[in-house]
Design a protein around this ligand. Structure first.
Ligand SMILES: [Zn+2]
Length: 101
């Protein structure tokens, strides 16, 4: 299945979804709740990872799991180091009202 990237026009939240071609585009932004998502078709890849808020959505995908795994590895390796290199990207959240983490 292809991967689609969305960005919210209201709050600039970005997320990625696996959808089939025939699925209807998602509209509702999980961050702000407005129906302002727009699907980004084949845009430059660099744009997609702008801001680590990418992983902060309600959509806990395989890529989220891999990211978490990488974080764990990084933390293990840097146990003796001063600080985990990726930690800042996890705490640098954009607007996200979900307090679970
Ligand atoms: Zn939004």
């Amino acid at each position: 299945m292809p991967t689609y990237d969305y960005r919210c026009k209201a709050c600039a939240h970005e997320l990625e979804l696996f959808q089939s071609m025939s699925d209807r585009p998602k509209r509702k932004c999980p961050a702000c709740g407005k129906n302002q998502l727009e699907r980004l078709i084949g845009g430059g890849g660099g744009l997609l990872f702008k801001g680590s808020g990418y992983y902060q959505t309600d959509y806990r995908s395989a890529s989220y799991t891999e990211g978490a795994k990488a974080d764990a590895d990084a933390q293990k390796k840097s146990d003796e180091a001063t600080k985990p290199p990726k930690e800042s990207s996890k705490t640098d959240k954009p607007k996200n009202s979900d307090p679970k983490d």
